[in-house]
Design a protein around this ligand. Structure first.
Ligand SMILES: Cc1cc2nc3c(=O)[nH]c(=O)nc-3n(C[C@H](O)[C@H](O)[C@H](O)COP(=O)(O)O)c2cc1C
Length: 220
């Protein structure tokens, strides 16, 4: 398989049409689903953790603005608090600028080894500063300094010596910079996807109507 891949690469061609997986690990029974999507999410996240899936808290965050359009990138889920999904970033980054203009965002988790995907839509708001500071203080020293010296998503010189800057940073000056902090995403939509044989996948959505979650099955 790997050799075939190398050969096709040599010809500057990648044959994706023959990459085919038959999903068969699991299924979703409507009666087993939790009434609350946060509980269902936590059950699947725990499965991912118990299965030692690397970066199981990695999620694709998509944001939008009218100049760049939809933009996606991976960020790490660091907490679920009061039914909000929390991640941390630089408040000057592209994602932060997009969220400032339009705070409707989408999240997507994909756990390949479990043949599972969860899609979420929600509203993002900045975390209170003291909560960002509490998390910042838990980070390793190098991560703190990196957050301070990096103006994420801005252009830098090709030969910029970031490692030197990190080593030279005066450690007495470490405190959370204003340009770094968290966002809390409040979901109003979830979709749980479980791969099934012959592409007849199981899909269930939770759509928030007032205070209730309406569960519906979706065609594969
Ligand atoms: C596995 C993984 C985890 C990441 N976690 C974060 C994160 O938690 N916060 C963050 O700002 N960027 C994280 N990044 C980097 C982002 O994907 C992205 O490059 C960066 O945030 C700049 O995005 P932007 O220019 O769209 O704002 C991660 C990347 C990967 C591959």
């Amino acid at each position: 398989m790997f050799n075939d891949f190398e050969v096709t690469m040599k010809n500057n061609k990648i044959d994706l049409k023959n990459l085919r997986i038959n999903y068969s690990l699991n299924k979703i029974n409507y009666n087993d689903l939790s009434e609350n999507p946060f509980n269902q999410f936590k059950i699947w996240l725990k499965d991912a953790m118990n299965n030692k899936i690397r970066d199981c808290n990695a999620m694709v965050l998509s944001t939008f603005d009218s100049i760049n359009g939809v933009t996606s990138r991976v960020v790490l889920l660091k907490e679920i608090k009061e039914n909000k999904f929390i991640f941390f970033t630089n408040y000057n980054s592209l994602k932060a600028k997009q969220i400032k203009n339009n705070n409707i965002v989408s999240l997507c988790f994909y756990w390949n080894d479990l043949e599972r995907q969860i899609r979420i839509r929600g509203i993002a708001n900045k975390l209170p500063n003291d909560e960002s500071t509490s998390y910042f203080n838990l980070r390793p020293e190098e991560s703190k300094i990196a957050a301070i010296i990096s103006n994420q998503s801005s252009y830098i010189n090709i030969d910029e010596k970031l490692e030197d800057k990190l080593l030279e940073f005066n450690k007495n000056k470490i405190s959370k910079p204003d340009h770094w902090g968290g966002y809390a995403i409040e979901p109003h939509y979830f979709e749980f996807w479980q791969g099934r044989e012959n592409r007849l996948h199981d899909r269930f959505e939770y759509d928030k109507k007032g205070l209730c979650w309406k569960i519906k099955r979706l065609s594969p």
